[in-house]
Design a protein. Structure first.
Ligand code: ATP
Ligand code: MG
Length: 775
């Protein structure tokens, strides 16, 4: 064996090196966040190839996400240089199983060119089955069945293996329908996602010759994030590795965050039983985070019971304490984080400058992203959303927006096409073709085409009746949208109700449905910053157009789940409030299971940070135009005081929001919009008396933060137009920062930094007194 220099070994500590060099037999690396598990796993792949133990394609490495797979490929490529031809089998469970299943499809009654159904197809198919079986689809929706079957597949149960304890599922017909569904898939030569693994497990179990072939072939198996494998994945791995028994799994029981999707943390705890004689390597040195960050994360996770418990230490310098800041409300939180990201990019408060690429905002629930996206767009801060579509690209948001578009311009044919049969109105392809043809032959829009078609009695039955309801509703909405005195937020809610779109998701029993409903609420909330629907739609159109250059540095926004395995020098963790994080669902559950999974998520969040972690919460959140007060997350109480700096929220003692700010407000003569807003807020005494706000005040100590710029400023009413003169710096709720060029009648001519020259009314303009940045 050629003894080539192996620089990748020099970068490892002795424990990591031991794990890399123990090439034969089972190895378990069980260690806390940031201890270099992934780094060691990558080095191990390089080492296997470098030492000639295995040809690249005899190595099987499983990662949790495609992104992780790509990164590992890059890293292995870099470690190996140009020396090795070919690459290992490196990918997610699903990606690897597709490849294998294509080769052996006939063993489960499929052809090798089988199609993979997406969720929509899957649900359509189940719906057909439910209808064919005369089951009341309203009470027993297809999505619920889809969730159930998915759950069974994750547990590696084929239809005949579903245990008796599940017999009552789906009105006692669950496993029977599961069976029909699988037969139907076979006829269609199709699989769903869950099948990819289940079929491979079936093939391995029923065809020992095939299993043996792969057991021989894959001399080395490596698995990252092992704590999040579900039963099907676990069985598949165990079967494969029983040949050479050269399996190396790495993971952290404290980071198991996919229990809700069937992951079994027990898999990692059972490893030594499954693979007797396993070498267990524990890594204790953390290379990612400062001592303060590590101490905070350790204290939080310590509150979980039934963990293995680990020691973590770091040689890093103390650095900054974890920062904790409470805000008045969610918008204020987004505003503050936007300002903070900007000032950190410049390098303030004795911190080094952070590039935007080095900063990330990790949220508990995807609907939280909207406030940040809107805010960052307004101030022109480049950002990317990782692991999922951006807020306005989500399906339910696009659907809802299509309804809004129809209210504003009923002739918007694309919007009409999108929602004519969403939710289902019994308007299939044929009916839609009829509408199209009528519209075309009369030279009118689709909605008018539909009207003519109905007049001519060209469409009857349920579909016809429902189309009539829709067309009438569009007429009504557009009348209302044209009346300036009609409140556009109420109109939006009315549209979502009357169209049946909200109900459509309320009746939906899948795990995603609550999230989609949350997003819809969030959408309505977004309307509050606009005068009317039209203005809002323009804003979103601008946003969608705003795809910035690929190479540009951007701050990242993602969910905590998507952040697993990643690291960033500076991390913001917003929304630490009971009911949001931990989620309401986990708090309502009896027992600690859900809550402990949330706490592991908190641990994952804090441990993503290398140098600076900033946790925040809001005392109030606005839901459907209603204030709801919130308690700071119980996880905040678990943060160790010695490692936390409590920052003063900008609204508490400064000149911006809050009662104190009101007294200090600059201009007593003019009742500015900001002041009337303050009064309105102050009059809601219940909010000031809310436990969340009180605790926030109690916790806030003396270190004052710099004020966000516009929280020191005032909103000027239209009458106060003369308050502006050319050259003034201003801030507009929609167009961001700009400079006043002059006054024209009741409008102000502003050259905006991002949006260019515009004439705007004073009501939405703020004098940006940029004196805010005093440390
Ligand atoms: P997680 O549990 O979050 O997935 P992990 O255990 O996989 O974390 P890695 O991502 O592999 O940790 O490593 C964390 C950071 O520490 C990386 O930046 C990595 O390059 C660095 N690191 C790991 N081991 C060493 C080492 N021996 N010397 C210097 N830096 C190291
Ligand atoms: Mg890792």
């Amino acid at each position: 064996m050629a003894a080539r220099p192996a620089p990748y070994l020099d970068e490892l500590n002795p424990a990591q090196r031991a794990a890399v060099e123990a090439l034969d037999g089972p190895v378990l690396m069980l260690a806390g966040a940031g201890t270099g598990k992934t780094k060691a796993l990558t080095a191990r792949i390089a080492h296997l190839m470098q030492t000639g133990r295995a040809r690249p394609n005899e190595i099987l490495a499983v990662t949790f996400t495609n992104k992780a797979a790509r990164e590992m490929k890059d890293r292995v490529g870099r470690l190996m240089g140009q020396t090795v031809e070919g690459m290992p089998w490196l990918g997610t469970f699903h990606a690897i199983c597709v490849k294998l299943l294509r080769r052996h499809a006939e063993l489960v009654g499929l052809k090798s060119n089988f199609t993979i159904l997406d969720t929509d197809d899957q649900i359509r198919l189940m719906k057909q089955l439910i209808i064919a079986e005369n089951i009341d689809e309203k009470r027993w929706p297809a999505r619920q069945l889809a969730g159930l079957i998915d759950h069974w597949k994750n547990r590696a149960w084929r239809p005949d293996q579903v245990p008796a304890s599940e017999a009552s599922a789906f009105n006692h017909r669950g496993s029977e329908l599961y069976d029909y569904y699988q037969q139907r898939l076979k006829t269609l030569n199709a699989v769903d996602f869950g099948d990819l693994l289940l079929h491979m497990v079936t093939i391995f179990q029923n065809h020992p010759d095939v299993l043996e072939q792969y057991q021989r072939w894959f001399r080395y198996v490596l698995v990252d994030e092992y704590q999040d494998t579900n039963v099907a994945q676990y069985l598949w791995l165990r079967l494969l590795a029983q040949g050479h028994k050269n399996i190396c799994c790495v993971g952290d029981d404290d980071q198991s965050i996919y229990g809700w999707r069937g992951a079994e943390v027990g898999n990692i705890l059972r490893f030594e039983k499954d693979f007797p004689g396993a070498k267990v390597v524990r890594l204790e040195q953390n290379y990612r985070s400062t001592p303060h960050i590590l101490a905070a994360a350790s204290a939080v996770i310590d509150a979980n019971q039934g963990r293995l418990g680990k020691t973590l230490w770091t040689a890093a310098e103390d650095g900054e304490k974890v920062r904790l800041i409470g805000h008045w409300d969610g918008e204020e939180e987004a505003r503050w984080i936007g300002e903070e990201v900007e000032s950190m990019a410049r390098g303030t408060r004795g911190l080094r400058p952070f590039s935007l690429d080095e900063m990330a905002i990790l949220v508990r629930a995807s609907h939280q992203m909207r406030a940040f996206e809107d805010r960052f767009l307004t101030i022109g801060l480049p950002y990317r959303v990782i692991g999922g579509p951006r807020f306005y690209e989500r399906m339910e948001i696009r659907d809802a927006m299509a309804y809004f578009r129809l209210a504003v311009s009923p002739d918007d044919d694309l919007a009409f096409e999108r929602v004519v049969n969403t939710p289902k109105r019994g308007l299939g392809d044929k009916a839609q073709q009829k509408i199209q043809m009528t519209a075309r032959s009369n030279g009118v829009s689709l909605v008018d085409g539909a009207r003519i078609l109905l007049q001519d009695k060209g469409l009857g039955g349920k579909g016809g009746a429902e189309l009539r309801v829709l067309v009438d509703a569009i007429g009504r909405w557009s009348d209302l949208a044209r009346q300036p005195e009609h409140n556009h937020i109420e109109l939006a809610e009315q549209i979502l109700d009357e169209s049946g779109y909200t109900a459509h998701w309320q009746n939906d029993k899948t795990p995603e449905a609550p999230g989609r409903l949350e997003n819809l609420k969030e959408l309505v909330k977004a309307l509050e910053s606009f005068e009317n629907l039209q203005g809002f739609l323009e804003h979103v159109a601008l946003i969608m157009d705003n795809e910035s250059d690929a190479g540009e540095a951007k701050v990242s926004i993602m969910t905590l789940h998507a952040a697993k395995g990643l690291e960033f020098p500076a991390v913001f963790l917003p929304g630490w409030e009971d009911g949001l994080f931990p989620s309401q669902r986990s708090m309502d559950e009896s027992g600690l299971k859900g809550l402990e999974e949330e706490r592991r998520l908190a641990y994952v969040g804090i441990t993503r940070a290398e140098e600076l972690a900033t946790i925040s919460f809001a005392a109030n959140r606005r839901v459907y135009g209603q204030w709801q007060s919130a308690l700071p997350s119980r996880f905040i109480d678990e943060l160790p005081e010695a490692h936390v700096d409590v920052l003063t929220p900008p609204g508490l003692y400064g000149g911006g929001y809050g009662a104190a700010g009101m007294a200090a407000s600059a201009s007593p003569q003019i009742m500015t919009a900001a002041e009337s807003d303050l009064q309105e807020r102050a009059s809601r005494a219940d909010v000031y008396n809310s436990p969340g706000w009180k605790r926030l005040q109690a916790r806030s100590q003396s270190r004052p933060m710099s004020q966000p710029r516009e929280s020191r400023s005032m909103v000027i009413d239209a009458e106060a137009i003369s308050a502006f003169t050319a050259g003034d710096r201003v801030f507009h709720t929609k167009f961001g920062y700009g400079t006043v060029m002059g006054l024209e009648g009741d409008k102000i001519d502003v050259e905006f930094d991002k949006a260019g020259g515009k004439k705007v009314v004073g009501r939405f303009l703020v004098a940006a007194a940029e004196a805010g940045d005093v440390p």
